[in-house]
Ligand binder design. Structure first.
Ligand SMILES: [Fe+2]
Ligand SMILES: [Fe+2]
Length: 159
């Protein structure tokens, strides 16, 4: 069926590890396991976003689109990495909403070699809060995957 993904959890996890294993094993990402975010942690949330991103790529391919799955996975894993900076995470919610995408994009480039498209997606992932919408397909997948994962965070349900 064109509107669903038939991938198993194991297949999704294998794709995430293949595309983003270096990120998962980094000291920076590991720091995210101890930073609270929604009802969970930055690391758990980011893995849920990446899983939703893989499934969205699968669905979009069935619709004839050609998402860059590796780029999507890495962008999803890094989109909230700025929250691991105490200076960002400790701010008032409204300031954090605007500042963490910028900090995430900086870290994604400096520590993980993020491309311009990845940084664009990360900076705009809070759309419509940030007003300017994503400029590429990866960005739209991230926006959607982030909302799906956030609803899972509040239900405490794994994907
Ligand atoms: Fe975010
Ligand atoms: Fe997020």
């Amino acid at each position: 069926m064109a509107d669903s993904s038939d991938l198993t959890k194991e297949e999704v996890r294998a794709r995430i590890r293949a595309a983003g294993g270096d990120i998962l094993e980094s000291e920076r990402f590991r720091r995210g396991w101890s930073v609270r975010h929604h009802n969970t942690t930055v690391a758990q949330h980011s893995l849920r976003v990446a899983a939703a991103g893989v499934r969205l790529c699968d669905m979009l391919r069935k619709r004839g689109l050609e998402p860059d799955e590796r780029e999507v996975i890495r962008t999803c894993l890094l989109h909230d990495i700025g929250m691991t900076e105490e200076a960002v995470h400790g701010k008032m919610p409204w300031r954090k909403a605007y500042e963490h995408p910028l900090e995430s994009a900086r870290i994604a480039e400096e520590e993980f070699g993020a491309t311009e498209d990845m940084k664009n997606a990360i900076r705009r992932h809070m759309w419509p809060v940030c007003v300017v919408p994503p400029g590429h397909l990866t960005g739209w997948i991230l926006v959607t995957a982030d909302k799906i994962a956030t609803s899972q965070d509040y239900r405490k349900k794994d994907v």
